[in-house]
Design a protein around this ligand. Structure first.
Ligand SMILES: [Mn+2]
Length: 257
């Protein structure tokens, strides 16, 4: 298992997500896990350069996976744009599962931010029929329209967790799977230290049920865990850092099995 820290700043300049990778890895190391940790050198003063660096780092990782799995630890959700782009280029039949309270499908700026990265991925050529969005509950009309037009499967607001698990595993099975986990998919009671908290999120039991099923998919290649804001999370005794580390620990365990 390769663990890659990607300490990218929020597009609006919020520094909260940049400290997350170090704290999450420190939390994992409390369990005395032997981790293969590297990091992408992100220049947070230069959007274009940092996107290039992340894309280059991810391409290199995917070229040398050799059956191993990788986890990218953010950072702002914009890191998923260059990473998933590289993933889609490496694997012909790539499948993307996104957990997020938001759709992130607003109109694209030149370099997609946390608000548009998913639209950017589709516009870069990722097959929309191979994308599932789980937990989205705050979406703009323009985003709903985009998701509908592209035929992207969305599970929103009312969660039949078993049905979601069935749909996702049946459709992803055999494809090269990438999972992007914005921890704001969780209810703010579980994950309060995020950049954009939204009420009525998944419980920790619901998220872990789905992740355990997804992590069993043999052709799962990589995940990311993003959007922890450590400045906010400090006020909550780093509850969100801890749940993020738990997600990664579960992922590490799935490879050990
Ligand atoms: Mn989000």
């Amino acid at each position: 298992m390769k663990l890659i820290k990607v300490p990218r700043v929020n597009a609006l300049g919020y520094e909260g997500p940049t400290g997350a990778p170090d704290l999450i890895v420190a939390e994992l190391e409390k369990n005395k896990l032997k981790l293969d940790v590297s990091s992408v050198d992100v220049d947070n003063s230069n959007v274009e350069a940092s996107e290039k660096a992340i894309y280059g780092g991810a391409s290199g990782i995917f070229a040398n996976l050799e059956g191993e799995r990788a986890v990218f630890v953010g950072g702002d959700h914009s890191i998923s744009y260059p990473i998933v782009k590289a993933f889609g280029e490496k694997f012909n039949d790539a499948f993307l599962i996104v957990f997020d309270a938001h759709a992130d499908c607003d109109y694209c700026a030149k370099e997609p931010t946390h608000e548009e990265w998913l639209r950017g991925v589709v516009e870069a050529g990722f097959k929309p029929e191979n994308i599932v969005l789980v937990g989205a509950r705050k979406m703009w009309d323009v985003e709903k329209k985009f998701l509908r037009e592209k035929g992207i499967k969305v599970f929103s607001e009312v969660y039949d967790i078993e049905a979601i698990g069935d749909y996702v595993t049946e459709n992803a099975m055999g494809k090269d799977v990438y999972v992007s986990i914005d921890v704001d998919v969780l209810d703010p009671a579980v994950a309060p230290g995020v950049s954009y908290a939204e009420p009525n999120g998944l419980s920790s039991r619901e998220l872990f049920y789905l992740l355990r099923r997804i992590f069993c998919i043999k052709s799962l290649r990589a995940i990311d865990v993003v959007e922890v804001d450590v400045v906010k999370d400090e006020k909550y005794d780093f509850r969100t850092v801890k749940v993020s580390a738990k997600i990664i620990d579960e992922f590490l365990g799935s490879e050990r099995k």
